[in-house]
Design a protein around this ligand. Structure first.
Ligand SMILES: Cc1cc2nc3c(=O)[nH]c(=O)nc-3n(C[C@H](O)[C@H](O)[C@H](O)COP(=O)(O)OP(=O)(O)OC[C@H]3O[C@@H](n4cnc5c(N)ncnc54)[C@H](O)[C@@H]3O)c2cc1C
Length: 255
């Protein structure tokens, strides 16, 4: 798997069977699966690496089973991670066990906490053994190539200039502000999420033993993940209330 564009004839086009736009969890996993099946596939990722602001790091039992089925689990679980088996909540001050994953009939009855970029780097490295899979970093799809009514690939901006990537199948995995979706004229159907989540870190003292996953009171909810030396906090607010909460400050909003 190559991650540079130096092998590409600049200003011209390359042809692949499948072009996946976006190297997030969807694109990298699909690229891995197609590469594993021997299909000529390229994944385009506009950033130079997978490092992003926090965007989630819970890897759930079902995903762990998939990693197992792919023969990747041993290497994956060697990466630094924390395991969560039980989740406790405080509902208006009443302690409640919300979930006990250790009771699941699954091979991996826990949630693994691992930064998403570690997960994606792992997939990228694991895919390097498939000659038919290429991951092109620093490569942004900027437009679609059309042949009549058919999408025939993408035009991409690479560090070395514009390259046309012709493909029998083009797949949009470029996230919530998808360029491919926009250019293909697909409309977004708003389903009206009622809430937003503010994510932040709070320092954790070494002697803290209480580990409450969720604190819920009428109109308020806070999730906390134990990340060793800090708490990863998710404070749920009503949709559209960000500016008001920001003006009051988290401490004021949580009162
Ligand atoms: C704050 C937060 C917390 C979350 N917590 C969790 C969690 O704990 N567990 C969990 O399972 N999920 C969590 N999620 C959800 C999870 O992050 C998303 O479901 C997942 O990232 C979606 O994957 P994706 O591959 O579809 O899109 P994305 O992750 O958005 O990836 C899209 C990729 O496409 C690239 N891209 C965009 N446009 C182009 C272009 N034109 N050309 C080339 N590349 C492009 C982007 O750089 C990006 O790398 C969280 C999300 C957020 C925001």
């Amino acid at each position: 798997m190559k991650s540079d564009t130096s092998q590409l004839p600049q200003g011209s086009s390359v042809k692949v069977r499948c072009c996946i736009v976006g190297g997030g969890p969807a694109g990298m996993m699909l690229g891995y699966l197609l590469g594993r099946a021997g299909i000529d596939v390229v994944v385009l990722e506009k950033h130079a690496d997978f490092f992003r602001d926090f965007r989630g790091d819970t890897v759930h039992p079902s995903t762990l089973e998939v990693m197992d089925e792919l023969g990747l689990i041993d290497g994956f679980l060697k990466l630094p991670h924390q395991r969560l088996e039980k989740m406790d909540g405080l509902f208006g001050g009443t302690p409640v066990r919300i979930a006990d994953l250790s009771r699941l009939r699954t091979k991996y009855p826990f949630i693994a906490f691992m930064p998403q970029w570690d997960f994606l780097n792992f997939l990228r490295e694991a895919g390097q053994r498939f000659a038919s899979l290429k991951v092109m970093m620093n490569t942004e799809a900027v437009d679609l190539i059309r042949r009549g009514e058919t999408i025939a690939g993408v035009r991409a901006n690479t560090p070395d200039g514009i390259v046309d990537i012709e493909a029998d199948l083009t797949i949009a995995c470029d996230g919530r502000h998808s360029t491919v979706r926009l250019r293909s004229g697909l409309e977004v159907e708003e389903i009206g999420a009622p809430m937003d989540v503010l994510w932040f870190r709070v320092g954790r003292k070494a002697n803290e033993t209480e580990n409450v996953f969720a604190r819920v009171e009428p109109g308020k909810m806070m999730i906390t993940f134990d990340r060793g030396d800090y708490w990863q906090c998710a404070y749920v607010i009503a949709k559209g209330q960000y500016d008001a909460v920001k003006a009051r400050g988290i401490a004021g909003a949580a009162r």
